[in-house]
Design a protein around this ligand. Structure first.
Ligand code: CA
Length: 225
């Protein structure tokens, strides 16, 4: 899952990025309201952490603009505790939740998880392709009764393909969903992950769930088992 953190305090932003990446998210950071707004429009984020006091454009305005443009990515707003900015106002402009600074990282991550559960309705349900299943809620995977251990990135790649089962998903779209904007490497990284996934979810079970569509991308397809 890919997240956007819009926060001008660089140390706080870096701490959030590190923590959330360790938890398996891909994280982009914007230090300015305008850049953040641009990125939120441009990339497919599953949630946004948005500070209020920002250079360029404040958090309320970033939030209001996104909502006015019908971009309904879940937003967790970071409010200052000095009373100058009101939590109610955060919710009025279209934020889904708020957290007063200073906050504990553990609480932030829990709130984000709750937002992601509520936010992407399609993510709540188990994804199934034949007997292969993925549970986006607790990021577990298995085939039938057999649990399969995936790394956070492997899970994210497989989830990206399974959400669009029977469709060809180009490598560039997998990278856009699973890696952060800081990634400027080779699209063939997807190939590396797909190979690893096949060794875990297909080969041991004698299946070919993840298909390569030459020159186009990958397709996860059921074969009616
Ligand atoms: Ca700030």
């Amino acid at each position: 899952m890919r997240l956007l953190v819009i926060e001008d305090e660089e140390r706080l932003a870096a701490t959030l990025k590190r923590g959330l990446e360790a938890a398996g998210y891909a994280v982009d950071v914007a230090h300015d309201g305008r850049v953040g707004l641009y990125m939120a429009r441009e990339y497919p984020y599953q949630a946004i952490v948005l500070d209020i006091m920002l250079p360029g454009l404040n958090g309320y305005r970033v939030c209001a603009r996104l909502r006015a443009e019908s971009i309904d990515t879940p937003i967790l707003m970071l409010t200052a505790k000095n009373g100058e900015y009101d939590e109610a106002e955060a919710l009025d402009t279209g934020a889904d939740d708020y957290l007063a600074k200073p906050f504990s990282y553990v609480v932030l991550e829990a709130r984000l998880r709750a937002l992601l559960r509520r936010g992407g309705a399609r993510r709540q349900s188990l994804l199934r392709v034949d007997d292969l299943w993925l549970d986006p809620g607790n990021r577990t995977c298995g085939r039938g009764e057999v649990r399969i251990d995936l790394t956070a990135k492997e899970f994210a790649v497989l989830e990206c393909l399974a959400l669009r089962a029977d469709e060809v998903v180009p490598k560039a779209e997998v990278v856009e969903q699973v890696w952060s904007a800081a990634f400027d490497g080779d699209l063939n990284i997807v190939e590396v992950y797909v190979s690893a996934l096949r060794r875990k979810v297909d080969v041991p079970f004698g299946r070919h769930t993840i298909e390569t569509v030459r020159g186009s991308g990958y397709r996860v397809a059921g074969h009616g088992r």
